[in-house]
Design a binder for this molecule. Structure first.
Ligand SMILES: Cc1ncc(COP(=O)(O)O)c(C=O)c1O
Length: 443
């Protein structure tokens, strides 16, 4: 997407680019790719009228086509990709609860603040305080989603043609969010040796004169890996040394499963280097309420850079004023219920992760392995390289009725990986794993 110049790429990075080109994607509301998006070649009606960055071909991808064909024949699907919390009524906040939170006698008034209503920002600051982070509400900007927070930051930090670096594997929406701001997305590789880690050598190599910011996701989607204290120190030192901003997406931060919480870094905490850093969060994961459409960004770093960022962000936000008043008024009540909202989700995630590990232990000759999950809502499974991911995913769907996401949706640097959601109903997960195990075992 976009008009980014080709770069000299290492073998791994060029494979990554290749997979991104072949499978450049559009996303459904939960950030899950459903479309194959390719540049349109040849003449196109009205072409001169539209921007190059919106030249998408929005045909369904092969997985979506096979899924639709299966559903058209009323064949069952064990969907191990479901990650919309509102699809789980026993876990997501109820309509009664949300209606109570949304009820407010000031709902008819309009007195917007570009950075967010004071009580909304105070409630977010209180929530950080409960995580041990002391942050002034003045350093928080309320947005209509985390995606919008990214868009604000990309406008703040980069000029058209500049570059952002995102981890690979990672959340597929970055490419779109960057492209829509006329920016280029480069990748830095995450390594795995029993746990995920940042390959700092590869990261330094990936920085170019046009790089403006490094994105980190903690815990990662889909890796589930948290940023550790030592990694934050190194990232911050690197960013300070190279005049880059650090953007840390912590939307899944509260869902720690198998990690020593003492090792985890929150990017708003003190760290060496003290670069300019932005932390993103939102109700969509924190309160399992993506439909409320409230996210936020928080700023830390050297005082002069923080002050200048906030001054500019206020003007950007003033152009949109997009977080709705009813949603902002509801946020303090929703966040106050965070512990109880999250406890059902924690229980589901932990139960499913334990079940996944137990299933694998109970099948010692399984041809697939789960990778370590520290937190978040997903698990990654490594499949034999005897087939491509595309072939595994399509055959799992067609022959075993199991729907999983291929690693290439998330820019895994190599094949063959698939991801499963830990949010699905436990019986669906177990049935799906049994069908996957039998299918993968056949080769
Ligand atoms: C890493 C990550 N960041 C952000 C988001 C989107 O959050 P929001 O709904 O607030 O835009 C997602 C959604 O899946 C995500 O996985």
């Amino acid at each position: 997407m976009g008009e980014c110049p080709p770069r000299a790429l290492s073998a791994t990075a060029s494979q990554m680019r290749e997979s991104a080109r072949r499978f450049a994607k559009a996303c459904c509301p939960h950030g899950v790719p459903t479309k194959a998006v390719r540049p349109i070649s040849g003449a196109c009606k009205g072409r001169a009228m539209f921007s190059a960055k919106t030249r998408f071909e929005t045909a369904d991808n092969a997985i979506s086509r096979h899924l639709a064909a299966r559903r058209a024949r009323s064949l069952p699907v064990l969907d191990l990709t479901e990650s919309n919390p509102t699809s789980q009524p026993t876990i997501a906040p109820s309509a009664d609860f949300l209606n109570r939170c949304l009820f407010d006698e000031r709902v008819h008034l309009y007195a917007p603040d570009p950075c967010g209503l004071p009580e909304t920002r105070q409630a977010i600051a209180r929530d950080y305080a409960e995580h041990g982070i002391d942050l002034s509400p003045e350093r928080i900007i309320v947005t209509a989603s985390t995606s919008e927070a990214y868009a604000y930051l990309f406008k703040l930090l980069a000029n058209p043609g500049d570059e952002l670096l995102a981890p690979a594997p990672s959340y597929p929406l970055f490419e779109f969010l960057a492209g829509l701001e006329s920016l280029c997305l480069g990748f830095y590789r995450l390594g795995y040796d029993g746990e995920w880690f940042i390959d700092f050598g590869a990261l330094e190599e990936a920085i170019t004169p046009r790089t403006r910011a490094i994105i980190a996701v903690s815990p990662g989607n889909p890796t589930g890996a948290y940023l550790k204290r030592g990694e934050l120190d190194r990232l911050s030192e690197l960013c300070a040394r190279r005049d880059l901003a650090l953007i840390c997406d912590e939307v899944f931060f509260d869902y720690a499963l198998d990690v020593n919480t003492g090792d985890i870094a929150c990017a708003l905490a003190d760290c060496q280097g003290d670069c300019l850093r932005f932390v993103l969060g939102g109700l969509s994961k924190t309160a399992l309420a993506p439909q409320i459409k409230v996210g936020w960004l928080a700023v830390r770093g050297p005082d002069d850079l923080v002050a200048e960022s906030l001054r500019r962000l206020e003007v950007i936000a003033d152009a949109y004023l997009s977080a709705s008043t009813p949603a902002q008024l509801a946020l303090p009540r929703i966040l106050a219920a965070r512990p109880s909202i999250q406890s059902a989700m924690h229980h589901r995630l932990r139960h499913n992760l334990d079940a996944l590990k137990a299933f694998h232990r109970g099948h010692p000759s399984a041809a697939w392995q789960p990778l370590r999950v520290e937190g978040g809502w997903n698990a990654v499974l490594r499949l034999p390289r005897t087939r491509s991911e595309e072939s595994w995913v399509l055959s799992l769907l067609d022959e075993a009725g199991v729907l999983v996401h291929p690693g290439y949706f998330f820019d895994f640097p190599e094949e063959a990986f698939v991801t499963v959601s830990l949010l699905v109903a436990p019986e669906v997960l177990l049935e799906g794993l049994a069908a996957l195990d039998a299918h993968v075992g056949q080769g």
